[in-house]
Design a protein around this ligand. Structure first.
Ligand code: PLP
Length: 522
């Protein structure tokens, strides 16, 4: 394992800081319980009304002044590489610019200060926003119904697959418990199927990077509940046999779940209903530019076909005379499988997504998907001469390469990615999809200019040249310019240290003890 510390020549500073990058201990390691950020008069002559509930010992919070707190969190925020700091070609994740207009809209007090328990008569505007977003999603996809409440793509998968299960049970098809999942699928697909009580059966791809239609047809029998298919798929390729696939699935009595994480490539160009999908989640935080990452709020509205619409989860927003109404309990012939979460979903994300959709308009959304595909093909064309594209022909919104071009160089996909960090780029997605060796999946999105794509391409091409020229250490020792070097990621995943333990009391005025962070750092 490469050492965590910088080579001595470059390292030694008195403070441990490097350039303007300041070493940041945990806030608990900085605080002094004797300090306080507030100055309140001591309450005197107040009867103690807490009785036995009064705190016995100190509360254990770090004591810091306001400027210390502000500096701590500002420095932490600067350690976060984001789409706002630079190019972020993370394939499958659609890291596109989040227009600030979205944020302005989401911060309007009429949206930001709502409470989910407010009477419906006081939140008519919010319900109108949900209805408007639903109308756009249904218009774009051509589907029958949409459940807005799922909080992420994976949650949307759960919603769609629960609807499928409910529909199967309602028609007495409880014996259908197998879900077919292509080998290139995102890990959430088999996980979702298993979570819903289905058995997962893998379907191989063909040498064009698409689902093997013959193998798929051969796997269809009356035990099959559904197929989960990603289109464009995780190799960045359009499933050209999609119509044959969905027709065969339907003829065999199975449903078609479409993973819509890659919808950004086809939005405004392909109606999902026309592909034969029964359900598809939409990652608003990918396709419609709302922020994502770090497990933060996303939204995974799930569109449903007429066959699944009756099973959509509650709540529903419906027009009611002049206004809007929330349906929270079963009415008429609806047969909801349940609810996905408390309240109505990630409302702030709905506002952002709708702001994006309305500011782009139908023509703008169509232009964006076209530009996303154009940008990816630009990468494929420029890098394809030196790297090894995994499949022949043009791609959709992401370009997939494998590690054949590194053969014999002693440089791995991981090393190559770390060298990109030294060059100021967030690496592409590595080792996914699993169907190609040492995968490098690059998704530039439509929000990159040609100039920024060129800087990235020039860098990748120069690195590939250096790898072939035997400059192996440049890669195996990378990253050399980050505050931390290579971490033992396996150990961090297997033995995470999630709890901070206070150090033994130190003598007054002694220097602060060395920071203790995750044990996995070496
Ligand atoms: C991102 C992604 C998901 C999961 O979406 P989340 O919003 O991260 O839960 C599922 N499938 C594919 C192909 C994805 O890229």
């Amino acid at each position: 394992m490469t050492g965590a510390h910088t080579p001595a020549s470059a390292a030694a500073t008195i403070t441990g800081n490097r350039g303007l990058r300041i070493e940041e201990p945990l806030i608990f390691e900085q605080g002094d319980p004797a300090k306080s950020g507030v100055d309140l008069p001591r309450p005197d002559d107040r009867p103690d009304r807490l009785g036995g509930l009064a705190r016995q010992g100190p509360i254990g919070l770090p004591g810091l002044s306001e400027p210390e707190v502000v500096r701590h969190y500002t420095r932490l925020s600067q350690k976060n590489y984001a789409i706002d700091s630079g190019f972020y070609p993370l394939g499958s994740c659609t890291m596109k610019h989040n227009p600030r207009l979205n944020e302005r809209m989401a911060r309007l007090p009429g949206f930001a200060d709502l409470h989910p328990f407010q009477p419906v008569s006081t939140v008519q505007g919010a319900l109108a926003v949900m209805e408007a977003l639903s109308a756009w999603l249904l218009g774009l996809t051509g589907m029958e119904a949409v459940a807005l409440s799922p909080a992420a793509g994976a949650h949307g998968e759960l919603c769609g697959m629960q609807a499928i299960r409910a529909a199967l049970d309602a028609r007495g098809d409880e014996h259908r418990r197998v879900v077919l999942v292509p080998d290139s699928a995102h890990g959430t697909n088999p996980a979702t199927a298993a979570q819903c009580g289905f058995k997962v059966r893998g379907i191989p791809g063909d040498d064009r990077g698409r689902v093997d239609l013959a193998a798929f047809k051969a796997a269809l029998d009356d035990s099959v509940a559904a197929v989960m298919i990603t289109n464009p798929n995780t190799c960045g390729l359009f499933e050209t046999d999609i119509l044959a696939l969905s027709r065969a699935a339907h003829e065999a009595g199975a449903f078609v779940y479409m993973d819509g994480a890659n919808y950004n490539a086809i939005v405004g160009r392909v109606r999902i209903a026309d592909l034969g999908a029964d359900a598809m989640h939409i990652n608003v935080h990918k396709t419609f530019s709302t922020p994502h990452g770090g497990g933060g709020p996303g939204a995974g509205p799930t569109v449903l076909s007429a066959a699944l619409a009756p099973f959509a989860p509650l709540p529903h927003v419906v027009r009611d005379g002049e206004g809007w109404r929330l349906i929270e309990h079963v009415e008429g012939d609806m047969r909801p499988f349940g609810r996905m979460k408390g309240f109505h979903g990630q409302f702030g994300v709905f506002v952002r997504g709708l702001a994006y959709i309305m500011s782009m308009g139908k023509d703008g959304l169509r232009a964006a998907s076209g530009d996303a595909v154009l940008n990816a093909n630009y990468l494929l064309a420029r890098l394809g001469a030196s790297l090894t594209p995994s499949f022949e022909g043009p791609c959709m919104h992401e370009a997939l390469f494998d590690d054949r071009f590194l053969k014999g160089t002693g440089v791995s996909t991981l090393d190559f990615a770390k060298a990109l960090i030294d060059e100021g780029f967030h690496p592409m997605t590595m080792y996914f999809p699993l169907v190609v060796h040492g995968a490098m999946l690059m998704e530039p999105t439509e929000t990159e200019s040609k100039a920024s794509l060129d800087v990235f391409c020039d860098t990748v091409l120069a690195l590939a040249e250096k790898a072939r020229a035997g400059e192996t250490a440049l890669f195996t020792e990378a990253p050399r310019h980050t505050p931390r070097r290579r971490l033992d990621e396996t150990r961090a995943a297997r033995h995470p240290v999630l709890r901070w333990e206070p150090p033994a009391p130190a003598p007054v005025h002694a220097p602060a003890p060395a920071p203790r962070r995750v044990a996995a750092q070496s």
